[in-house]
Design a protein around this ligand. Structure first.
Ligand code: PXG
Ligand code: PLP
Length: 435
């Protein structure tokens, strides 16, 4: 293919390297991508943690096609269309009890901005307008908009962009390889890392803090799991001090950890929950924020003809996205996909942990159908070793993802055991070849 690649400035990509040796995907079906030449590539990362039901699923394709012909667009401000309400009702059947309102966005980044604004505004409408401070966590990823990078904790995503939001602080991350390396499932050690929130409360005073935002499982930063009891303790501290707890479930949502949401897998209900990705199986951009009834209700006062929450997007609840999401929920339900990761977890864990002892593997972490395989960095060249494994696997027909020196796996939830073996075998061979 002799295509000019010059004009497109690619996101989160080594542009110059890519354009010298492009990796193009032209088609996808089920568990596979196909290159323009027709070479199949097994998708070990569900696109980008989003194609949870696999590619080109018929109910989703048909829903989008029909919707495009029937209602291409409807304004979401002061107007509605039936599928937006149908989708909202369907979605809140899946969420933890009490989280029964949903606000639509177009991405995880927008969901995070929306949730942070809701949290600050919630306290204000209740007469606690001094609660404006936001607390994130080191090594957190909450998308790329200014609020998200401010509460986020990935240095490369922050350092180029100035002073960010004021009034933000961070609790410490929970990665503790000295005590937890090679743990299968949730690590035993580190519930006490939640007490770092008490330290920030002692510093800032609870009366200034609006919300704490964390990912139940940190994905982008290399699959960091919550230690046993950690999320419970965060919940208790937030309750004690009147602070809202936001779970960013952009990756953990829609079945990744074995239940519809991480909140259910870990048995902790947040006040707000951000999602995106798997909500439409990646087929049309969409995100959402779920909120508890009482958070929503706090806004529902004042004259009834006035707008209660001055926020929204031109494409909130876009008809194509709603149709895709309904087709996605049907597909998840038909095939039991939102709990399939729980059934495959044991097999998947055994497979990925078989890489313990492979060259340069220093830790392996897993839950549901997500795993992180951490490599010792090449001296003086951080991220290079993992990227070399990525390129090697690509050449051999498996698409993995790397972040720093961690390989992240998050295959579609329709994956079969033989395909798990293929992925792990490919990575094991690459590690041996590159050692
Ligand atoms: N929150 C979390 C927890 C995420 O994982 C976002 C917010 C932002 O979503 P959008 O839709 O705005 O991208 C994410 C997205 C990776 C990777 O390789 C992960 C994400 C995005 C891109 C790459 O780990 N997660
Ligand atoms: N910029 C301008 C000039 C706009 O008019 C709008 C929306 O009307 C936006 C940005 C925001 O766009 P969106 O609602 O798609 O986020």
């Amino acid at each position: 293919m002799n295509q000019d690649l010059d004009a497109y400035w690619m996101p989160f990509t080594a542009n110059r390297q890519f354009k010298k040796a492009p990796r193009l995907l032209a088609r996808a079906e089920g568990m596979h991508f196909y290159t323009p030449e027709g070479r199949p590539v097994l998708d070990a990362i569900a696109g980008l943690w989003c194609v949870n039901a696999g590619h080109a699923r018929p109910k989703i394709v048909q829903a989008i096609q029909q919707q495009a012909a029937e209602l291409d667009y409807a304004p979401p401000f002061q107007m509605g269309h039936p599928k937006a309400f149908e989708l909202a009702e369907r979605l809140v059947e899946l969420t933890p009890a009490g989280m029964n309102k949903v606000f639509f966005t177009n991405s995880g980044s927008e969901s995070v901005e929306t949730a942070l604004k809701m949290a600050i505004a919630y306290h204000r409408v209740r007469g606690e307008g001094q609660r404006t401070r936001l607390i994130g966590r080191e090594r957190g990823y909450h998308g790329v908009n200014f609020g998200g990078i401010s509460v986020g904790g990935m240095v490369a995503n922050r350092k180029m962009f100035g002073t960010l939001l004021a009034g933000v602080d961070h609790i410490r991350h929970t990665h503790d390889p000295a005590r937890n390396a090679f743990t299968v499932g949730q690590p035993a050690h580190g519930a006490e890392f939640a007490d770092d929130l008490e330290r920030l409360i002692a510093l800032h005073d609870a009366s200034t803090i609006a919300a704490v935002i964390v990912e139940p499982v940190a994905g982008s930063t290399g699959v960091i799991l919550p230690p046993k009891g950690y999320l419970q303790r965060l919940r208790e501290i937030c309750d004690k001090h009147g602070i809202l707890l936001i779970f960013d479930e952009v990756i953990t949502g829609f079945g990744r950890t074995g239940q519809p949401f991480g909140a259910q897998t870990f048995g902790v209900t947040p006040d707000l929950m951000t999602v995106a990705k798997g909500i439409t199986n990646g087929a049309v951009p969409m995100g959402a924020v779920f909120v508890k009834q009482e958070v929503h209700d706090a806004f529902m006062n004042g004259p009834e003809h006035l707008i209660e929450f001055f926020h929204g997007y031109t494409y909130s609840a876009h008809p194509l996205a709603c149709a895709a999401a309904l087709g996605t929920l049907d597909t998840y339900a038909d095939e039991g996909l939102l709990t399939r990761a729980a059934q495959l977890e044991g097999y998947f864990a055994e497979a990925v942990h078989s890489l313990k002892g492979a060259p340069n593997v220093i830790d392996i972490r897993n839950i549901g159908l997500v795993a992180g395989i951490e490599l010792a960095p090449l001296a003086g060249q951080p991220a290079k070793r993992a990227f070399d494994v990525f390129l090697d696997c690509w050449e051999r027909g498996v698409l993995i993802r790397t972040t720093g020196d961690t390989i992240a796996l998050s295959p579609p939830l329709i994956i079969e055991r033989a395909q798990i073996d293929q992925i792990v075998g490919c990575i094991g061979d690459a590690l041996k070849r590159l050692a």
